[in-house]
Design a protein around this ligand. Structure first.
Ligand code: GDP
Length: 421
């Protein structure tokens, strides 16, 4: 299907500008818009016009379908879950607070060195409700304090993979239950993985974790505290990281191809986002005044690093990608690729289990029921039941494999034909 821009059009220009422009008015207004919980203000999203009953109109009316979908989803609100992984002190909490202009970490207690040596990785979940122009977003950030702090890091990646699998398993169970309409979706839609700026490339522990996660979740790599590096160093580090990923056959989140009929600005923005991976970011929760303008930045003896200036860091690109342009695609990829993979594995395990049970029943029936008609018929009934169960599972598996293949093909050629009425 051709991608539709979210109707009705936003009052501000689209797509959002990538240039921070040293804290321009545009960037500032974007900041306040995200920060403000505008419950007292009327929603800024213009309501779609109510379709008329005019029977003489010369159209059928299904062109309003996008508005109907839009109205329903705005009413329902949106959910997004992001996992943040990386060792302590890399600027994760600062970045999350800067991205969503919240204060998710105000009660945080930092462990001392002794505690950190023995510490195991934990999972901490924080949720905040944000509202922007009448659109509600429930953001859940899954933090992994203690990650990489211990000498043995095996526990670190196990905690992350287990958490992701548990959320899939819970969703799978809920989906097979009775109350499917009100499923709480806690699946992880994106994993922001922080790489330190002081290495030469990815470390063994980074590769170990990413290798274990890349088929379960959309991984987005971020070089933290990028103000420690100059432009050339950032470029070299990015090149080496990408080379390492290629050498190790690791696939990060794949940007979908831009539709050929998208406008040039959008295509340019898409190219810039892709070229920035891994994003080299700087975070700050301090607002400074530079040349009469308020900017989010870090004050150093020699000057100010403006977090939202594209010349200083990829922060604004990361925010554009994560929030304005690709949040829905991250959710769709989680559903269509990662969750479908998990589901296929579950169904295959269940059908193997059913096959084993069937074999056992068959053996039991041969060895113990010679001459007892009633028992034979009961065993036969169970066998038939198992056969039917296995057949259903295998059908489901075939369908899922077909669907996964189709999703893959669709990702590869996203050019479609549209009939204008
Ligand atoms: P976390 O443990 O990964 O969550 O790291 P924090 O966000 O708590 O940051 C640890 C320290 O690094 C704090 O003193 C921050 O002010 C500082 N910090 C955060 N982000 C940056 C950054 O982008 N650059 C620099 N130089 N320092 C940062």
């Amino acid at each position: 299907m051709k991608q539709q821009p979210p109707p009705p059009p936003l009052p501000q220009s689209q797509p959002p500008s990538l240039s921070g422009g040293g804290g321009s008015a545009g960037a500032d207004s974007e900041v306040t818009a995200i920060a403000g919980t505008v419950s007292s203000r009327p929603p800024l999203y213009p309501k779609p016009k109510t379709p008329s009953f005019d029977k003489d109109r010369d159209y059928i009316g299904f062109a309003t379908l996008p508005e109907q979908v839009h109205r329903k989803s705005v009413k329902r609100g949106f959910e997004f879950t992001m996992m943040v992984v990386g060792e302590s002190g890399l600027g994760k909490s600062t970045l999350i607070n800067s991205l969503f202009l919240g204060d998710l970490y105000k009660n945080r207690q930092l462990p001392n060195v002794e505690e950190r040596i023995e510490k195991t990785t934990r999972v901490e979940k924080k949720t905040m409700d944000i509202e922007e122009r009448g659109v509600r977003l429930r953001l859940t950030v899954v933090d992994t304090p203690g990650f990489g702090d211990a000498i043995n890091c095996e526990d670190s990646w196990r905690v992350c993979t287990q958490y992701i699998d548990e959320q899939f398993r819970q969703y799978f169970t809920d989906e097979s239950g009775l109350n499917r309409r009100n499923i709480q979706d806690n699946r992880v839609h994106c994993c922001l993985y922080f790489v330190p700026p002081w290495g030469h490339s990815l470390r063994q522990m980074d590769l170990d974790l990413i290798r274990r996660l890349h088929r379960k979740v959309n991984i987005v790599l971020v070089i933290g505290k990028a103000d420690c590096l100059n432009k050339g160093e950032v470029r070299k580090l990015k090149e080496r990281i990408l080379q390492d990923l290629e050498d190790n056959h690791i696939q990060l989140y794949q940007f979908p191809e831009c539709d050929s009929d998208e406008d040039d600005d959008f295509k340019q923005q898409d190219r810039e986002l892709k070229a920035s991976i891994p994003f080299a970011v700087v975070g700050s929760n301090t607002i400074l005044e530079v040349a009469g303008k308020k900017v989010r930045g870090r004050q150093y003896p020699w000057g100010v690093v403006n977090v939202e200036d594209a010349e200083h860091s990829d922060f604004i690109k990361l925010r554009t990608f994560l929030i304005s342009t690709h949040m829905q695609d991250l959710k769709d990829t989680t559903q269509d690729v990662h969750y479908e993979n998990f589901r296929a594995q579950c169904i295959s395990q269940i059908s193997q289990h059913a096959l084993r049970e069937r074999g056992k029943l068959k053996r039991d029936s041969i060895s113990s029921t010679n001459g007892f008609d009633a028992a034979i018929s009961e065993t036969d009934r169970l066998l038939l039941q198992k056969d039917e169960e296995i057949r259903r599972m295998q059908d489901m598996l075939t369908q899922m494999q077909e669907k996964l293949k189709q999703t893959h093909l669709m990702e590869m050629k996203k050019n479609d034909s549209v009939i204008d009425v």
